[in-house]
Design a protein around this ligand. Sequence first.
Ligand SMILES: Nc1ncnc2c1ncn2[C@@H]1O[C@H](COP(=O)(O)OP(=O)(O)OP(=O)(O)O)[C@@H](O)[C@H]1O
Ligand SMILES: [Mg+2]
Length: 500
Amino acid sequence: MNQPILELKHIVKEFFGNRALSNVSLTLMPGSVHAIVGENGAGKSTFIKILTGAYSKTSGEIYVEGQPISQMDPMVSKKLGIHCIYQELNVANDLTVSENVFLGNQPVNKFGLIDWKKMNSDTKDIFASLQLRIDPKQLVREISIAQKQMIEIARAISQQAKVLIMDEPTSSLSDREIEILLALIEELKQQGIGILYISHRMDEIFRIADTVTVLRDGQHIKTMPLNQVSGVDELVELMANRKVADYFNKVEAPIGEPVLKVEGLNKRGVLHNISFELRKGEILGVAGLVGSGRTEIAMALFGLLKKDGGTICIDGKPVDIRGPRDAIKLGIGFVTENRKETGLTLKMSVRENMTLPTLKQFDRFLWINRKEETGAAEVYRKLLNIKTTTLEQTISNLSGGNQQKAILARWMIQGTRILILDEPCRGVDVGAKAEIFAQISKLAQQGVTVLMISSEIQEIVGMSDRVMVMKEGHMAGMLEKSMITPDHILKLAFGGATSA
Ligand SMILES: Nc1ncnc2c1ncn2[C@@H]1O[C@H](COP(=O)(O)OP(=O)(O)OP(=O)(O)O)[C@@H](O)[C@H]1O
Ligand SMILES: [Mg+2]
C-alpha cells in the first residue's frame, strides 16, 4: 500500500503563453481521497485534464504506479485505470442502466453476441458492492441526476479504475444525494481506489478528504493532511490569500408595490396550481428537493416551458410569455441552472456573452456601440472579479466558475426588473460567492425583484425575504421572514414523512 498510484511532478501548463499551472506536484495514494481546492480559475480542472490526457502538459512528469508516462492521451489514461467523472454527465438517456454501465465495453457470449444476462447481473453486483439500489433494466431517462452519476462511477469500476477523479461532483445534487455520494466515496476508498476530489464546498472536503492541495493562480500553494488544517477559514485564506468576508449579508431594504403575480400556474405532471405574488425589491427564495418543480417555475416565467393553465401578471396586467424574447422585453432575466445548455454561447467572446440579450440597449444608432458595451462589461468584470485575459477571449476557455460569473453579469448589465436565478452560485468559489450575493442584495435594494432557487439552505435562509418551498410540483408552503429557518424549510420540503 506504500506505493503511490499516481505522482505528478512539476506540472506546467501554458495556453498561448499564459500560465494556467506552474510547477504543481501531487501524490495520490491508493485508498485515499486527495482534495484539490482553489478559487475560480486557479487551475484545478486544467490539472485534471492533463491527467486524463485531455490537455497536453507544457512540461513536468507523470508516474502511474511508479512508471513514467511519457505520452498521456485519453486512451492511455483510461488504460492506466484513470477515470474522470466530469460535471457534464456522460450517459445515454435512451439506454438502460446496465447498457450505460457497459457502454462500449459490453460482455459477449460464445456466439459473439452481447450477453445481456451477464451485463444485468454484473451491473447488479457492482451496485450491490457499492450498497446502492438501482434497477439495471431501468431506462436512464427515468432516473435522477444523482443516479446517473452513480452509473458513471459504476462504469469506472467495471473497467477496474484505480484512480477516480471527480470535478465538482455534488454541484447538481440535493443534500440527500450528496450524503449518498459521500458514503459511496467511503466505500470506494475501502476498495483501494484513489480519489481526486474537486469541490467548492468546504464542508465536503473536511468530511471526506485525507489530504488537500491548495492552488492559487496556477501556483502550488500547499499540500497538507486534513487533520492538520485548523478549519475552513484557514483553507479559504490559503486559496484567496486574504480574509474572506462572511457571505449572505443581505442588506434589508424596503419592499415596494406588487410587480409579479402568478395565479394557478399549471403544467401537467410537473406544476400544480402555483400561486404567489412578488413585490418590488423583494427576494423570494425557492427551496425544495431537486426535481420538485423549482426550475420549472422559472422556465414557465421565462417562456421556456409552455404552461397548461394559469395566469402571469406584471404590474397588474396579464402577460403572454411565449418565449425568452417576450420575457426579456418584459424585463425578466434568467440565470439558468445549466449554463452550458441554456446560458452561454460557447463560441462567442466573454464580452459578447455578457452583453448578448442587451445589445438592443446599446445599438440605438442601428450599429453596436462597441465602446459603451465594452465599458459595461468591463465594470462587471472588475466587480465580480471575472478571471479572463481579455474580454475578447472565447468564453469556453474560461474556468467553470468564471463562466457562471459572466452570465450573472449579463443580467445585471441588462437592467432587469425581475431577475430569476436558478442556482446562481453553482461552481463559484467561496470568495466570489460573497461578492455575488452582495451584488444580488444591492440589486434588490435598487428595486429589482428577485426569485432565487437554491439547493443550499444557508443561501436561502441568508438571502430571502420570503421562502416558497416546493414539493413534487406543489407549493408545500410559503414562509414569511420570521419563519425562515432551515428546520422549517426541510420539514416542508420532505412533507413531514421521510421518503427515501
Ligand atoms: N482551453 C483553454 N484556453 C485558454 N485558457 C484556458 C483554457 N482552459 C483553461 N484556461 C485558463 O486556465 C486557467 C485555469 O482554469 P481552470 O479551468 O483550470 O480553473 P479551475 O480551478 O477549474 O476553476 P473553477 O473553480 O472556476 O472551475 C483559467 O485562467 C482559464 O481561463
Ligand atoms: Mg474547474
